[in-house]
Design a protein around this ligand. Structure first.
Ligand code: UT7
Length: 355
């Protein structure tokens, strides 16, 4: 039976380091607050003009492709996960295809919009294509450029101190060995709380969901059929073009859903938490990771965290962390590795694999 293995992995981290102290200069926050609540010490911010999710994704992809021992032309499908795409449309997948110089191959490119869980969804979709034999070299990328649109005033401090930029990529290939590769996956979503962690503008909602939920938000729409609802003057003036997060509520649900998804994939594969060589959780908050580890009875060396240096890079956080763990020798052939994420939507899920 075919299984999917990660044959190559790469990452791209933009050069600029933004420290907590740097942020303290522009808003009312402090290194102590940020470290105590999130574990974050610093994050990297993309170059405004040169680094995009597609361009950063391409840089990470080139490394993953080389490490997989294939050429760019061998890639037969692209999956691109991001919540901060280069354009509203088309998706960043085709832009990265062009950036890699393989647009002429005309391979399919699929964009995934499941935020922090983007890499887990992408990996699970890729796994199905590999298992059925449809594709043999899938390039899966998670990339984010959060710094393009955060509210860097005190008003937005609960969100803006958390996020960072970067990209991670993997190449998935088939193996004829049912004890290796992706053993089990779990994908979930619950849209009940969609607006609790969201960037609703620009969009085509026209206020519909807020009205249905009984939320009184004035987005400044005019009644003229011909006036745009995508972006209004009010949205700009009232800071309605930034991400919103009810952090404490997200935290409470995250610490329930992370362990549930991890236990679900372990159970599907007949494994126990103690058998895990490494858990690579989405890097949302160090306190969440620590809580999850405690809940599952995992030892410190069974969990990989690097949020301290990168912040939360959403769809990129798992492939960046997995890449770094692999580069440090923390992931070796035969290791039982679990990836898990929870985030906006809400969406959550996990993958269990034998490296
Ligand atoms: O990856 C997507 C999934 N996202 C998550 O998993 C995030 C989950 N949530 C969290 O990680 C935490 O809720 C945060 C780190 C976002 C916030 O931590 P918290 O302990 O939940 O803080 P809070 O929002 O309850 O705010 C506590 C206080 C407030 O002040 P008052 O009302 O007590 O006076 C905030 O205004 O901290 C204040 N505050 C800050 N102070 C300094 C909020 N942000 C900051 C800040 N610096 N950056």
């Amino acid at each position: 039976m075919k299984r999917s293995i990660i044959a190559g992995i790469g990452k791209y981290i933009p050069e600029h380091v933004e420290t907590n102290d740097d942020l303290s200069q522009i808003m009312d926050t402090s290194d102590a607050w940020i470290q105590e609540r999130t574990g974050i010490k610093e994050r990297h911010f993309a170059d405004k003009h040169k680094d995009t999710p597609a361009s950063m994704g391409a840089k990470a992809a080139e490394i993953a492709i080389e490490r997989a021992g294939i050429s760019k032309e061998d890639v037969d499908f692209i999956i691109f996960a991001t919540l901060s795409p280069d354009y509203y449309f088309p998706g960043s997948g085709v832009l990265m295809q062009r950036e890699l110089g393989i647009a002429h191959t005309e391979i399919g490119a699929l964009d995934v919009r499941t935020q922090c869980t983007g890499f887990i969804y992408g990996l699970t979709v890729a796994d199905q294509f590999i298992r059925t034999g449809m594709y043999k070299n899938i390039l899966l990328v998670g990339a984010e450029k959060h710094s393009m649109g955060l509210d860097f005033t005190t008003r937005g401090r609960n969100v803006s101190v958390i996020f960072g930029d970067g990209a991670g990529a993997v190449v998935l290939q088939p193996v004829e060995d049912e004890n290796r590769g992706i053993l089990a996956s779990a994908l979930h979503s619950d849209g009940t709380h969609a607006e609790i962690l969201a960037m609703v503008n620009p969009g085509s909602h026209g206020g519909y969901h807020h009205e249905k939920l009984g939320l009184e938000v004035d987005f400044g729409f005019s009644e003229s059929r011909y006036d745009p609802i995508f972006v209004t003057r009010k949205m700009l003036d009232a800071a309605q073009l930034f991400p919103y997060m009810d952090g404490p509520t997200v935290f409470k649900i995250a610490v329930q859903k992370f362990p549930a998804a991890i236990l679900e994939v372990l159970e599907k594969a007949g494994k126990k938490p103690a058998e895990l060589d490494l858990l690579v959780p989405h890097q949302a908050n160090l306190r969440i990771s620590q809580f999850v580890a405690k809940r599952l009875g995992l030892k410190e060396d069974q969990v990989y965290n690097n949020i301290q240096r990168y912040g939360n890079t959403t769809a990129a956080s798992i492939p960046i962390a997995l890449c770094e763990a692999w580069e440090e020798g923390r992931v070796k052939e035969g290791d039982l590795v679990c990836l898990a994420a929870f985030g906006s939507g809400f969406t959550w899920g996990a993958n269990l694999m034998r490296w």
